[in-house]
Design a protein around this ligand. Structure first.
Ligand SMILES: [Mn+2]
Length: 387
């Protein structure tokens, strides 16, 4: 759906700031057809509500967005797609990679997909500032989780690569719910095998994750060493944003220096301004690349905002900084996104899962706003089954 900038001056009084003016004016342009279809579907499949219910759009059985605390917990209440062979019928395919066998300190990210799905029920499909309604714009399916092998990193990597390759080749936009960051290697491997050109990586993290092995295995501190060994994933297209603190292992820093990756610290980004930092990150990742993968480790945020993660580190980004950064990155197309290192057993009040959800929703919203989703040539088939 091409987005037209409404002229708020013709619609609104002049007490609004520019962002609020855009948002309030834009909402009037968003369609409601798929919301109405969802209501009709709910009444048909969930039976009309009891006689005492005044709002006749309410069914007896909850079958859509409302109430937010009800229903089966898929991501954003997207339909669960049991037959993964059909994922190409959707614009976006969400898949969990519940694996924490690569963690070197706090475990628990095997519950990351569950935690993210659970709190995603809090969200509707509409973003005020972005002026986007995902339900009206794209179709999303939740494929459930990859069958990971808890005690075997390499078999798990093979499973994840096969799953991500399947989704990416289907044409659906992959959204991977981690899982610890060791999954960054197999996800990238799954995408890269379906590209003829190079794949760039935009990597948000406090940690470089570029050493060859850790504790004698390919742990969550190693994905980018192995990913940038893939012939069409050159290290010059790896940009690492938010790195810093007392947890960056020196062997990884050495590898990055020798291979020519690009590291941007929190201070570098904040002092040059998020807009300029995003521009530089995009330049590096897209330099000669055919596609770019977004790998988001929730620990790039200050430890205060992400208690539920494997290696929390103070001094990271504020949520509004990182969300602005993500929004600018998603002005350009992406091959897919993974959000990793969310560990619900260590979380408080679901705040870490909440930021993980928010990063995904903002990414999808900005891809829609920029016209990169829905995919070109996607028909309206499947509309109404969006959620
Ligand atoms: Mn990290």
């Amino acid at each position: 759906m091409p987005h037209r900038d409404p002229d708020p001056r013709t619609l609104l009084h002049d007490h609004y700031g520019p962002e609020a003016a855009y948002a309030v004016a834009r909402e009037a342009e968003l369609p409601t057809a798929r919301w109405e279809a969802e209501v009709r579907r709910g009444l048909e499949l969930g039976l009309p509500g009891a006689d005492s219910i005044v709002d006749r759009r309410i069914p007896t059985f909850s079958r859509g967005e409302l109430p937010h605390f009800a229903g089966i917990n898929t991501f954003l209440k997207a339909p669960f797609l049991e037959d993964v062979r059909r994922c190409g019928e959707y614009d976006v395919a969400v898949l969990g990679a519940p694996f924490d066998g690569g963690t070197t300190y706090r475990p628990g990210t095997r519950f990351g997909p569950q935690g993210i799905r659970r709190i995603s029920a809090l969200y509707g499909p509409y973003s005020f500032e972005l002026g986007v309604d995902l339900r009206e714009s794209i179709t999303i399916a939740d494929l459930g989780d990859v069958f990971t092998i808890p005690a075997n990193i390499e078999k798990t990597f093979d499973q994840i690569s096969k799953a991500v390759a399947h989704v990416f080749a289907s044409g659906a936009f992959p959204v991977v719910l981690g899982g610890d960051h060791s999954i960054g290697y197999p996800t990238v491997r799954g995408v890269a095998q379906h590209l003829s050109g190079n794949l760039g990586i935009i990597h948000f993290d406090r940690h470089v994750d570029t050493q060859e092995t850790d504790l004698d295995e390919r742990m969550h501190t190693t994905p980018w060493f192995h990913a940038t060994d893939i012939p069409n994933v050159p290290p010059k297209n790896l940009v690492q944003i938010g790195i810093g603190g007392w947890q960056a292992p020196r062997p990884g820093v050495k590898v990055g220096r020798e291979r020519g990756t690009t590291i941007m610290t929190v201070t570098d980004c904040v002092e040059m301004g998020i807009e300029q930092a995003a521009e530089r990150a995009l330049e590096v990742a897209w330099d000669g690349a055919e596609a770019v993968w977004l790998s988001f480790d929730v620990d790039c945020l200050d430890a205060a905002f992400v208690p539920g993660t494997g290696w929390p580190e103070p001094g990271g980004f504020l949520p509004r900084e990182v969300l602005k950064f993500i929004q600018l990155v998603a002005e350009r197309p992406l091959a897919g996104i993974e959000v990793v290192e969310c560990s619900p057993p260590y979380d408080n009040a679901e705040i870490t899962s909440l930021i993980a959800t928010r990063v995904i929703c903002d990414t999808l919203g900005c891809l829609v706003r920029a016209g990169h989703l829905p995919r070109k040539g996607t028909t309206d088939a499947g509309a109404g089954a969006t959620r």
